[in-house]
Structure formats: structure tokens, C-alpha cells
Design a protein around this ligand. Structure first.
Ligand SMILES: [Zn+2]
Length: 96
């Protein structure tokens, strides 16, 4: 738990401007999923998150911007927020 956690982001099937931020432990078990949404449309600059800190600028919102900047949403890439490090997709990871 903690320092070895990584995050993956994929587009929500519910909404064009929402993203599912999945928190994974070092064995890639899903810990939690947060929904980060663009407020006022794509590119408006405002985000909201379902985590307890979501009204402020939480780490999930910052991560979404990093994934967008690197074009790694829905790619299987994982990101360690604590280490600021990327991990490439693993083939055995199921993508539905
Ligand atoms: Zn959050």
C-alpha cells in the first residue's frame, strides 16, 4: 500500500467528459476507482472528482492532466503519482 501504488485512467462509458481513475496496488489489484469529470465541457479547465478531496485540486485531477498531456488515457499505461514515474502496459492486463 502507498508508495508502490499506480494509477491507470480510461474513458468512462457513461459520459464523454468523464474518466475512471483506477488505483492499483503493486500486484495490480484494483484498490479504488474515482470518477473525474470535466465541468463545462472538454478543455474548459475545470474538473471535479468523486474522492473526498474532489472539490479541491486533488491528485486524481492532476493525474488526468498528465495522462491527457502524454495521450495515455485508455492505453494501459500506469503512473506512480508519488514517484512521478510511468509504467508501460502489461499484455496480460485485460481491457474490456
Ligand atoms: Zn480525487
Amino acid at each position: 500500500m502507498g508508495k508502490k501504488d499506480t494509477y491507470a485512467i480510461r474513458s468512462s462509458r457513461l459520459c464523454d467528459t468523464a474518466y475512471e481513475v483506477s488505483k492499483l496496488d503493486e500486484d495490480l489489484n484494483l484498490q479504488e476507482t474515482y470518477l473525474v469529470s470535466e465541468i463545462g465541457g472538454q478543455g474548459s479547465g475545470s474538473l471535479v472528482c468523486t474522492c473526498f478531496a474532489g472539490a479541491k485540486n486533488c491528485r486524481h485531477q492532476k493525474m488526468l492532466r498528465k495522462f491527457q498531456a502524454e495521450d495515455r488515457i485508455d492505453s494501459g499505461w500506469r503512473y506512480s503519482f508519488d514517484k512521478d514515474k510511468w509504467f508501460p502496459p502489461i499484455n496480460v492486463e485485460a481491457v474490456d
